[in-house]
Ligand binder design. Structure first.
Ligand code: HEC
Ligand code: HEC
Length: 305
């Protein structure tokens, strides 16, 4: 973690580094991941090389194949009903770098008193984790048994948009309120959408970052459009994310706008929810094994023993 609260104006160098880090994190140019393997099979290590070659082939052709020791751990834990004890969760909350480089969760979320703990969130006890944010608007972070749709999962995996926006960019701005009101008023293809909402999608400075939403979400083709998400038209916004990838698996696209429910819509959530721990680089592994283990604990009922 370089800066907890980086400068709003990012240098051109930082932008380039960010773009590179992002491309790497998302696996673009993945052809470069396999180290060049020696071609001569007649040396003493021929068999080892064969094993390695098979490993890298599977890595590139089988999407779920574990590519590292850490991913293997998560896969094995998720693969069976391995019981995740609260003790393990308590440790994760207390140590730095547990979910990617950054401070320990309990540093900033240590009591239900909002004067001393952000969102009045107490992650130091099992009860506190299950109670969630006590500051208004108070809310639970998850429902035991349902990790997938939990607030906690979003905060650990989802980057705030625009990608790379500084942690402390204001969240209660007029532009964000415009998006919120438009969704809550039914997300219609009306005058408000055309004259107020759509122009914000094309504006690089609209949400405190340095790039327009449509710079990265401009069609249903990935690459170049992240998550096959098209924010350039009403139809694209309402269609949602990953329409093609999901269709290939017989699934619907990820809906990002639920008319009448801004709080439950990814389009709004992505503008106001910072990824945790505060200040984490957006390119940090979003499938970190410890995130998956925490989700397994929730899915198993979030038991306190
Ligand atoms: C350096 C301080 C800091 C650290 C460390 C930190 N947080 Fe936060 N957290 C915040 C702040 C500030 C907010 C409120 C701003 C926001 O929601 O983006 C917040 C909000 C949250 C929320 C939203 C709660 C709600 O209902 O609104 C969750 C969940 C959360 N943090 C979880 C975590 C977890 C899990 C960790 C450890 C991986 C963590 N935080 C580490 C500062 C921190
Ligand atoms: C520099 C490129 C970039 C910009 C600019 C950008 N995004 Fe993203 N967006 C991404 C990446 C990368 C992901 C996937 C990784 C992640 O979730 O952090 C993503 C994911 C999303 C998702 C989640 C899709 C899903 O499957 O749920 C939404 C919604 C989204 N962005 C909305 C926006 C909005 C709104 C803006 C403008 C405020 C914006 N993005 C600006 C790169 C970008």
């Amino acid at each position: 973690m370089t800066h907890l609260f980086p400068d709003t104006d990012q240098s051109p160098l930082r932008r380039v580094l960010l773009a590179l880090a992002m491309a790497g994190a998302l696996g673009f140019g993945a052809a470069g991941v396999s180290p060049a393997l020696a071609d001569d099979d007649d040396d003493d290590h021929g068999e080892i090389h064969d094993g390695l070659r098979e490993y890298y082939e599977r890595l590139e052709t089988e999407p779920g194949y574990a590519s590292s020791h850490e991913e293997a751990v998560a896969k094995l834990v998720r693969g069976r009903e391995i019981n995740v004890p609260y003790d393990y969760i308590a440790t994760l909350m207390r140590i730095p770098n547990a979910f990617g480089e950054g401070a320990a969760c309990v540093l900033c979320h240590s009591s239900t008193d909002p004067e001393h703990s952000y969102r009045g969130l107490d992650l130091t006890t099992c009860e506190g984790i299950k109670t969630g944010a006590t500051e208004e608007p108070a809310r639970a972070l998850f429902e035991p048994g349902h990790a997938e749709e939990s607030v906690l999962r979003r905060y650990l995996r989802n980057n705030r948009m625009p990608y790379g926006v500084p942690f402390d960019a204001p969240r209660d701005t007029e532009n964000i309120r415009t998006i919120k009101a438009w969704i809550n008023d039914g997300a219609k293809n009306d005058e408000v959408f055309r004259t107020e909402v759509l122009p914000l999608m094309n504006n690089p400075r609209a949400f405190g970052g340095f790039q327009a939403c449509t710079d990265c979400h401009m069609s249903n083709q990935e690459p170049p459009s992240f998550h096959e998400l098209d924010l350039t038209t009403y139809e694209g916004i309402m269609l949602g994310a990953d329409p093609i990838a999901n269709a290939a698996e017989g699934k619907e696209p990820e809906i990002i706008v639920h008319p009448g429910d801004a709080e439950g819509s990814a389009l709004y959530q992505r503008l106001v929810e910072n990824r945790m721990p505060a200040g984490i680089e957006p390119s940090e592994n979003r499938d970190h094994p410890n995130i998956q283990i925490l989700m397994q604990w929730i899915d198993q009922g979030a038991k306190c023993e």
